[in-house]
Design a protein around this ligand. Structure first.
Ligand SMILES: C[S@@+](CC[C@H](N)C(=O)[O-])C[C@H]1O[C@@H](n2cnc3c(N)ncnc32)[C@H](O)[C@@H]1O
Length: 285
């Protein structure tokens, strides 16, 4: 029997369904499309087209990886964020739509200053998605993205180059603000914030495949905020815009930390689900 696009999609979808993957048909179509270089609409329209053995084997391997719950972004090697495409690997957090709330909130405070030569700092840059989104919206700005993971920093550098932002973005390996020379006008961070006790409850895609250092700082999940808030005065320009992404139920605690460190007035912005997701303040002075 000839192997066709349709039969490969059906087989892969069934395998993913049995493994408990959400949206198995969608993921099967994406995997088949990825290997064959086709859009999802073409996969459906060309269902009866035959597929060569090498492509069928590659689809089989990727379907097995997805069945083992490897995230789609790692399988495809990319993720859209802020309408930009980012390379994603096992060393980086998969950029989340929630994080666009932080970008939107910070841009709203930047307002017309977006045309100025702002200096932007992104702490825990991962793929570089937040920094790249802000640099795209602020065409005269320069930025620094910091990550403690050399492998994540390398991916962020690749992303900046692919997006044509490498002349405005420096990606450095480091521990939060240590060794940085400011001052920065905008300081943003989506740090690891999942409480250690919650790790076991995460979906297998996250728990088994995303870097632990990107997920949790250990303990109650607030350790990275405490560390960064304690260092911000060293690198912030007077009145700098400071913005954090926070996890569910953490907004008040982070707002309190910021207020206590003199980073007020502090405001909390909800995401589309009404959950406090971005906490904004001002650098001292
Ligand atoms: C939640 S991920 C966020 C990645 C990216 N900014 C995003 O929003 O998709 C947190 C990032 O912080 C980095 N990180 C963890 N501890 C760090 C530290 N002490 N200094 C610098 N980066 C750190 C991790 O390697 C990870 O890339």
């Amino acid at each position: 029997m000839t192997t066709t696009i349709k039969s490969l999609v059906q087989d892969a979808a069934q395998r993913l369904r049995v493994s408990g993957v959400e949206g198995p048909r969608r993921d099967a179509e994406l995997i088949v499309g990825h290997v064959l270089g086709l859009e999802r609409a073409q996969i459906i329209a060309r269902g009866d087209d035959p597929v060569d053995g090498a492509s069928a084997s590659r689809i089989d391997i990727l379907a097995a990886e997805r069945a083992a719950r490897r995230p789609m972004a790692q399988i495809l090697g990319r993720r859209e964020f802020w309408s930009l495409t980012f390379k994603v690997t096992g060393a980086t957090l998969d950029p989340r739509p929630d994080t666009e709330t932080l970008v939107e909130a910070v841009l709203a405070v930047i307002g017309l200053r977006r045309w100025q030569a702002l200096r932007i700092l992104d702490l825990g840059t991962g793929t570089g998605c937040i920094l790249a989104a802000l640099l795209t919206e602020c065409p005269a700005a320069q930025g620094v993205g910091v990550d403690r993971s050399p492998a994540a920093a390398a991916v962020a550098r690749e992303n900046m180059a692919a997006l044509g932002l490498d002349r405005r973005a420096a990606i450095v390996e480091g521990d939060w603000c240590a060794g940085l020379s400011g001052p920065f006008d905008v300081i943003v961070s989506n740090p690891p914030y999942i409480p250690e006790a919650d790790l076991a409850r995460l979906a297998p895609e996250v728990r088994l495949f995303e870097p632990r250092a990107a997920l949790t700082p250990g303990g109650d999940g607030l350790g990275a905020y405490r560390a960064i808030v304690g260092q911000i005065a060293m690198v912030a320009a007077p009145g700098a815009i400071v913005g954090f992404e926070v996890g569910i139920g953490q907004a008040e605690a982070v707002a309190e930390l910021m207020g206590a460190a003199g980073l007020g007035p502090v405001t909390i912005r909800p995401d589309l689900a009404g959950i406090g997701r971005a906490v904004l303040g001002r650098g001292p002075g």
